[in-house]
Write a protein that binds this ligand. Sequence first.
Ligand code: SAM
Length: 287
Amino acid sequence: MDRLSSHKATKDIVQKHGFRFSKSLGQNFLIDDNVIDRILEGARVSEGDKIIEVGPGIGTLTREMAKKAEKVTAIEIDKNLIPILEETLSDFDNVEVVNEDILKVDIEKLVEEKLSGGPVKLIANLPYYITTPIVMKFLEEDIPVTDIVVMVQKEVADRMNAVPSTKDYGALSVAVQYYCDTEIVAKAPRHMFIPQPNVDSTVIGLHIREEKKYNAENEDIFFKTVKAAFGQRRKTLLNSLSSMGMLDKASVKEVLSDAGIDEKRRGETLSIEEFAHLSNIINERLN
Ligand code: SAM
């Protein structure tokens, strides 16, 4: 069996097993060779790689990663896909399928037990309904992950990749870019999947920096400041930060002045560097 990424190969295997697609589990299977190649290139998949895949589906991407990497651990929630994966992955002794819900998995433990402590890459065509929680779980928890290359809804990729003062720039842009350099790897319009979803997709690469680029002394306060600044997008920073509950309005005025940031600016105009600087001054004020 060669690649599964054609309309016919996917249809054949699905029919053979009497598999029914679940919309609520975000089951849209990729049927484009070129995009698969771009994902592998974007993640620079090579010999020594240990990969975590979320939602292998029928194993289309899994097989191509297994041909190149050292080991792939694939977490699939749908038990109806397990017999299919047993068949499509039977040629590979470096793939392990775990039948679990990714949101309930202790990933640190999984990396320790199944991937000898990492480092790991997260490479996946993610189920859309939980894209952001999965990505944030990998970034915020203590997981030795170096690269995240994932297919997400186009609008989510645009937000992760956005620069200040654009409509897409928001708390998600800051949260992702605080840790990673971002890169658009490939576009995948809806016709590249079966069944066809109602949205277009983009593959985004998030390359986690080894050295910190931004110096937020207290990350908790940094993220609270970001959340408050974007919570009410149309308000000035003076007003949005005053409603965050950490400082009264007079103190916010002083803090913004100390940071050299005009109180009339809106959160969406601040760079991550400015957010870090501002949160450091708020942190000093609170201590
Ligand atoms: N990787 C395949 C491909 O590219 O064709 C399938 C991708 S499909 C968009 C998403 C996959 O994630 C489905 O196989 C679905 O069953 C699985 N999935 C959905 N929710 C999940 C969860 N909470 N944990 C693990 N897998 C999940």
